[in-house]
Design a protein around this ligand. Structure first.
Ligand code: PNS
Length: 169
């Protein structure tokens, strides 16, 4: 009999600034491979995100509300150490195109060096999501373009509100 995945904790880390439909597709697929999927937002003070960590966590919680085995948190410091503290045996990352691979490979190898017991698993983005990135979504929204279908509806509203209120951008 194949071992059960019920006890597997997998960690899906990222900036999620903001959450896109590409991220959401990955969460839906990754949660089937683990007992618990921890989705965690990097809290990086050195970066200037559009949305605060709290806002990004909130958006992820809203999007995953019906997904029983998904937990949303934030982390700071080393990903490999956070994964170990959470008891994760796998780190999940998405790959859209070959251009993602080099960066992801470097991170996976560094994380393996830091914590050899934790595997990085790559899931291929769905073809229809393979051009979506948070960076481009922000750029298009900032310039008044239509991002519907690229992010959940409530993220779209938050983007519109943020770019209509220049004091917060
Ligand atoms: O969504 P992103 O911005 O591609 O996610 C990048 C992330 C958060 C996975 C990466 O920057 C990260 O793990 N940062 C934590 C610091 C760390 O562990 N650095 C060494 C990684 S090899």
């Amino acid at each position: 009999m194949a071992p059960s995945t019920d006890s597997v904790v997998a960690l899906y880390p990222g900036s999620f600034d903001p959450l896109t439909n590409g991220h959401l597709d990955l969460i839906r697929r990754a949660r089937r491979l683990a007992g618990t999927l921890v989705v965690s937002v990097l809290n990086n003070e050195a970066k200037q995100p559009l949305f605060s960590v709290e806002e990004r966590v909130e958006m992820l919680r809203e999007a995953t509300a019906g997904m029983g085995n998904v937990e949303v948190t934030s982390f700071h410091g080393l990903l490999a150490e956070f994964a170990a503290r959470r008891g994760a045996t796998a780190i999940v990352r998405g790959i859209r195109a070959i251009s993602d691979y080099e960066y992801e490979l470097q991170m996976a190898l560094m994380n393996r060096r830091l914590r050899p017991e934790i595997e990085t698993m790559f899931l291929l983005a769905a073809e229809e999501n393979s051009f979506i990135s948070s960076r481009l979504v922000k750029e298009v929204a900032r310039l008044g373009g239509n991002v519907s279908g690229l992010v959940p509806k409530f993220v779209e509203s938050r983007l519109t509100a943020r770019f209509l209120n220049p004091t917060k951008v």
